[in-house]
Design a binder for this molecule. Structure first.
Ligand code: WQD
Length: 340
C-alpha cells in the first residue's frame, strides 16, 4: 500500500502543485487547510486535474484537537508542512500573528506527529533565512540570519526541527529553502492567487499584463547588478513540487535528514523578467522606476548542487516557460479562484 502523506496548507499555491506531483508519484495524499489564505475552489480543480476526489480535512494546524482527529483518522507516514503566513511586509506589522501561526502551527503539527508515531517531515523553508547574502551563489552552509519576522519564523522552524532530530534521532526532517517560486500548472487551472495587492513581482506583472493594474513599480535600479534592478532566482512551481517529491523519497528511503536549496542557480533581474513576460504574453508591461523597497537585497540566487547530488533533483523549466504558464493561469482566471 502506498504511503499516506499529509499536506498542511494543502490548498495553497505551492502545496496544491505538490499535491498533484505526489499523487502522480503514487502516494496517497491527505490535505489539511483552514482556508485562511486559499480557496476551496482549489479542491475542485485538483479533482479535475488528479482524476480523483481529493481527501481533505478542513482544520487549523494551530488546533491540537482538530489535528489529532486528522492524524487518528488518516495515520500518515509523513507530513509536508506548508501551512504558514508568508508576507514579509505583513510580518513586520503583525509579528505576533506570524509567530503564533507559523511557529505555533509547526510545534502543534510536530506534537501530533509524535503522538501518532509519524516522524518524517518536509518543511517549507525559504532563502530568506540567508538574510543579506555575503557571497553568491548561496550554498546551504552560508551564514543564516533573520531580517524580518517572517524570515525569523522560517529560521526558527529549521532550528526546532534540528533540535527535535538531536533529541530523538528517529525523527527525519527535510528543510527545503525555496528561492522565488513563480509560474503555474500547465493546464492554467491552478496558480498563484494573492489576495489584495500582490507583494511579489511575477503576480504583479501578470496583473499589469492582463490590465488589472496600470503599471509596475520597479523598486530601484541603482543596485550593484547588471541593469541596476534586483536579481533573484525564479523557480517554476512545478520544479518546486518535484523537489518535494524527491525530498520525501529521500526521507522514506533512508535514515537521514537534510537541508537543501530549491533554486535554479540562475539569477534574473526585474527587467529581465518584465521582458520575458512581455514576450510570453504579447502584452506590454509598462513600469516606473521608484525608490528601493526597504529590506530588499540586491541579488540572491542558489547554488543548487546539494539537491542535485543528494536528492537527484534539479530545476528544468526556463524563465520563458515560467512566464507562459503564469500568463495562461492569469488569462484563464482574471479574478483568481474567487469570482469577483
Ligand atoms: C523580487 C524582485 C523586488 C515587486 C519574497 C520573500 C521571500 C519569498 C519570495 C516567501 C525584488 C522586485 C517586486 C514589485 C519590484 N516569500 N519587485 N516591484 O522579495 O525576492 O522574496 O518572496 O517565502 O521570503 O522575501 O520576491 O517577488 O517580492 O521581489 O520591483 O512590485 O522584484 O525589489 O528585486 P523577494 P519579490
Amino acid at each position: 500500500m502506498a504511503e499516506t502523506i499529509l499536506l498542511t496548507g494543502a490548498t495553497g499555491y505551492i502545496a496544491s502543485h505538490t499535491w498533484l506531483a505526489l499523487q502522480a508519484a503514487g502516494y496517497q495524499v491527505v490535505g489539511v487547510d483552514n482556508f485562511s489564505n486559499s480557496s476551496p475552489e482549489v479542491l475542485k480543480r485538483l479533482a479535475q486535474l488528479g482524476g480523483q476526489t481529493p481527501v481533505f480535512e478542513q482544520a487549523d494546524v494551530c488546533d491540537p484537537t482538530a489535528l489529532a482527529q486528522v492524524f487518528a483518522k488518516h495515520q500518515p507516514q509523513a507530513v509536508v508542512h506548508f501551512a504558514a503566513f508568508k508576507a514579509v511586509g505583513e510580518s513586520t506589522q503583525q509579528p505576533l500573528a506570524y509567530y503564533r501561526n507559523n511557529l505555533g502551527g509547526l510545534v502543534n503539527t510536530c506534537e501530533q506527529m509524535q503522538a501518532h508515531g509519524c516522524k518524517r517531515i518536509v518543511f517549507s523553508s525559504s532563502a530568506t533565512v540567508y538574510g543579506v547574502p555575503e557571497r553568491l551563489p548561496l550554498r546551504e552552509d552560508a551564514a543564516l540570519s533573520a531580517v524580518n519576522p517572517y524570515g525569523a519564523t522560517k529560521l526558527m522552524g529549521e532550528t526546532i526541527l534540528r533540535d527535535l532530530g538531536a533529541a530523538d534521532p528517529s525523527w527525519q526532517t527535510a528543510c527545503l529553502r525555496y528561492f522565488n517560486p513563480v509560474g503555474a500548472h500547465e493546464s492554467g487551472l491552478i496558480g498563484e492567487d494573492p489576495r489584495g495587492t500582490p507583494n511579489n513581482l511575477m503576480p504583479y506583472v501578470a496583473q499589469v499584463a492582463i490590465g488589472r493594474r496600470p503599471r509596475l513599480q520597479v523598486f530601484g535600479n541603482d543596485y550593484d547588478t547588471p541593469d541596476g534592478t534586483g536579481v533573484r532566482d525564479y523557480i517554476h512551481v512545478l520544479d518546486l513540487a518535484e523537489g518535494h517529491v524527491a525530498a520525501l523519497r529521500f526521507l522514506l528511503s533512508g535514515p537521514e535528514s537534510i537541508t537543501v536549496n530549491l533554486g535554479t542557480g540562475q539569477g534574473y533581474s526585474v527587467l529581465d523578467l518584465v521582458k520575458a513576460y512581455e514576450a510570453a504574453s504579447g502584452q506590454a508591461v509598462p513600469y516606473d522606476i521608484v525608490a528601493r523597497r526597504p529590506g530588499d537585497v540586491a541579488a540572491c540566487y542558489a547554488d543548487p548542487t546539494l539537491a542535485q547530488q543528494r536528492l537527484g533533483w534539479q530545476a528544468r523549466h526556463t524563465l520563458a516557460r515560467m512566464c507562459e504558464d503564469s500568463w495562461r493561469w492569469q488569462r484563464m482566471n482574471p479574478q483568481g479562484f474567487e469570482p469577483s
